[in-house]
Every structure is written in structure tokens, then in C-alpha cells.
Design a protein around this ligand. Structure first.
Ligand code: ATP
Length: 208
């Protein structure tokens, strides 16, 4: 479960944000819509405590992240939060398999090759596990990103514009995979986007 309360953040005295509260229960999904520059990525980074809010709180599975030290936050995030970034970034010198196992490593968990293979089969890239990520298409990379985000069965999945560079077929596929994976592991799913195609896919919506 994820809950934010009265989050505010400033990049500068003239660039100040005051965000609506976000609540997303286990197995639920919330879509945060807003036009370019409305602060969607900023909010997502605050929810993951990649940015420190000026005020307000973020609670994930009963832990108030704003009360943790920087290192405690990093450890908590690695184990409990799966993030799908706008542009997937991988370690380009490693194989797809090793990029997936990196999620285990960062969370200080045993490397789970079986789960990586299972996810790769389910998400349709089992034949690419030995490849480098830059040898895959954008749609394939996005699916690897989803797999990496759910490797540790996190309580919360945060996705930043997961579909903006995808065609309609891959867009629908990625949304279905995100929902299915989050339901399977009982996670809260938060998607931020300006992609109007997603509007009808989520009943819980917040507009920035
Ligand atoms: N590091 C930064 N320093 C100063 N201003 C920033 C910084 N990052 C973002 N901003 C500004 O804050 C505003 C919100 O940025 P943010 O990336 O959260 O918007 P967004 O809604 O995700 O946009 P997009 O849909 O274009 O990705 C923008 O006006 C942006 O220029």
C-alpha cells in the first residue's frame, strides 16, 4: 500500500509544487495524468524518495520513508519499490539476464535465475536473455524493464510514461503486463503519463 500526504517540492523559489495526496491499496492501480511539465516525474520521484520532499510524507507498507536515513531509504527502495523509468536504463555491458539479477543484488537478495527465466518467458523475451539490452527493440526493453521492476516482488510499482514511445499494440500489451504483474504479486501500481490512450484503462485517476 502506498500513501502520500501533502507533498511539496521546490526546484527553485519560482518552481514550487504542491501535489494532491495519492493513495493506492494493494492490487489497485492509480493513473496520474498531466501535461508536459506538470510535475508527473517529480511526483513519481518523490513517491520513490529519489527526491526528498520539502514537506509531507510517503508511506509504503506501513513505513514512512521520509523518516528513514538516505541509506535506509535506498535499501527500502531496492527491496520494496519497482521503478519503470521513462527511458529504460540498463547496464549496457551486462546481459539481459544479469540486468534482471542486478535487482536481486541491489536488494541484497539471493540471485533468482528461475524467477528471471519465468518472467522472461511470460513477458516474451526468453530468447533474448543472453543478449545485451541495446540489442533489443524499445518495446522489448520496456518489457525487460517491467520484469526487472517485479523481480523482488515489490509492494509498490511506479511507472513513468511506460507507453509514450510505443505503438498501440505494444501500448496495450505493456498496460496489460503491468496490471497483471502487479495483481499477481499483490502490489500497488502507480502510472504517470500524458498518454491519453491510458485514460480508459484505469478507473482511479489523479489529474495534475
Ligand atoms: N532538476 C530540475 N531543476 C529545475 N527544474 C526542473 C528540474 N527537473 C524538472 N524541472 C522542472 O519542473 C517541471 C516539472 O518537471 P517534470 O519532469 O516533473 O514534469 P513532467 O510532467 O514529468 O513532464 P514530461 O511529461 O514532459 O516528462 C518542469 O517545468 C521542469 O522544467
Amino acid at each position: 500500500m502506498l500513501q502520500s500526504r501533502q507533498l511539496t517540492f521546490s526546484y527553485s523559489p519560482t518552481k514550487r509544487f504542491s501535489f494532491p495526496d495519492i493513495r493506492c491499496n494493494d492490487r489497485e492501480a492509480v493513473l496520474i495524468l498531466g501535461k508536459s511539465g506538470s510535475g508527473k516525474t517529480t511526483l513519481l520521484h518523490l513517491l520513490a524518495l529519489l527526491l526528498q520532499p520539502e514537506s509531507g510524507s510517503v508511506t509504503i507498507d506501513q513505513t514512512d520513508l521520509t523518516q528513514l536515513s538516505v541509506s535506509q531509504t535506498a535499501a527500502f527502495r531496492a527491496g520494496h519499490v519497482g521503478i519503470i523509468y521513462q527511458k529504460p536504463h540498463f547496464v549496457s555491458s551486462l546481459s539481459v539476464m544479469d540486468n534482471l539479477l542486478m535487482a536481486n543484488y541491489l536488494a541484497k537478495k539471493p540471485q533468482d535465475k528461475n524467477r528471471a527465466r519465468e518472467l522472461a518467458t511470460h513477458l516474451g523475451f526468453a530468447d533474448h536473455l543472453h543478449k545485451r539490452t541495446n540489442q533489443m527493440s524499445q518495446g522489448e526493453q520496456q518489457r525487460v524493464s517491467i520484469a526487472r521492476a517485479v523481480m523482488n516482488k515489490p509492494g509498490v510499482i511506479l511507472a513513468d510514461e511506460p507507453t509514450s514511445s510505443l505503438d498501440d499494440v505494444n501500448c496495450a500489451r505493456v498496460v496489460a503486463l503491468l496490471r497483471e504483474q502487479s495483481e499477481q504479486i499483490g502490489a500497488s501500481l502507480v502510472v504517470v503519463t500524458h498518454d491519453q490512450r491510458l485514460k480508459d484503462e484505469f478507473s482511479n485517476q489523479v489529474i495534475l
